[in-house]
Design a protein around this ligand. Sequence first.
Ligand SMILES: *Cc1c(COP(=O)(O)O)cnc(C)c1O
Length: 346
Amino acid sequence: MFDLNNLIRQNVKGLKPYSSARDEYVSDGSEMIFLDANENPFQNGVNRYPDPQQRSLKSVLAQQKGIRQENILLGNGSDEVLDLLFRTFCEPNADNIITLPPTYGMYKVLADINVVENREVLLMDNFQPDVVSILKNLDTSTKMVFLCNPNNPTGNSFHISKIEKLLSSFKGLVVIDEAYIDFSSDESWVSKLSEHPNLVVTQTLSKAYGMAGIRLGICIASEEIISVLNKIKPPYNVNELTQQRAMERVLNREEINKEVENILEERRVLEQTLKTIQFVEQVYPTDANFILARVDDASLRYGQLLEKGIVIRNRTTQPLCENTLRFTVGTHKENEFLIKALKELP
Ligand SMILES: *Cc1c(COP(=O)(O)O)cnc(C)c1O
């Protein structure tokens, strides 16, 4: 059976977290004189330390996602959230994780930084997880399996049955990175939280929400998992300006939905057009705001577009991605410029 206690690093179990001034006295909204945190008392909007638990923002996010605030941890981008997972659960030089290349590069970088073995189990030719091989590669020191869903750079979503199988067979954490979930017609795994104690979902404001610049990552998991992560997160990891701008944005669902609709329509046009370009050999189905395409010579085409002032991503060195290019869907004008350039290439 799943037992969270078997996964947490020994030093984290015994850790007593730093207690900040803002943790010790929580304001109830009444007028108080704050002489507890050595701040400059002259008001300028950001002279006070931010709420270390980001309560206002979490309450809105919890309501929108149909969960409780206690199921949420916020971080300085997904990257911080993912790093916290490593530092909470993986013993350096002892534990391992499993990733499924071709996928997001940060999992491996974070594993290397934290001296955690990264066991790579390639996706199958259809870019679906090879569940049998994943289960064969696990051992008692495997703490996490990372599933990027929809996957970057391939763009596809993994079959629900494969994810279910992993969640029910593996006694470590199954981390589902949903950075692109708002572009997908599949439902978020957040709705399955109560069924799977080993499920961790990460999301971000960097993609569909249009806020890559403010750095806000979201971790959603059981209350038990979130409370352990809370023990080791830096007290003020989400700054006041980020909390304010994120709040304004998440309350403006209409604008976000409108932009996502627009990006999805533009994606459809770009997919269709890419299929007509003479040097494009295959356009992969996508559930994200980018399209992976196989071309005759990825490095040649990448360089040609660069000369025309267009920067895309050359993924040719990634496993299973030989001669592929990744196109992010831009504005209508940007996509038209790209299409014109593609048609003109010699
Ligand atoms: C872009 C992206 C993220 C976002 O990371 P942030 O640190 O939140 O900006 C996370 N995961 C994947 C797979 C991504 O492609």
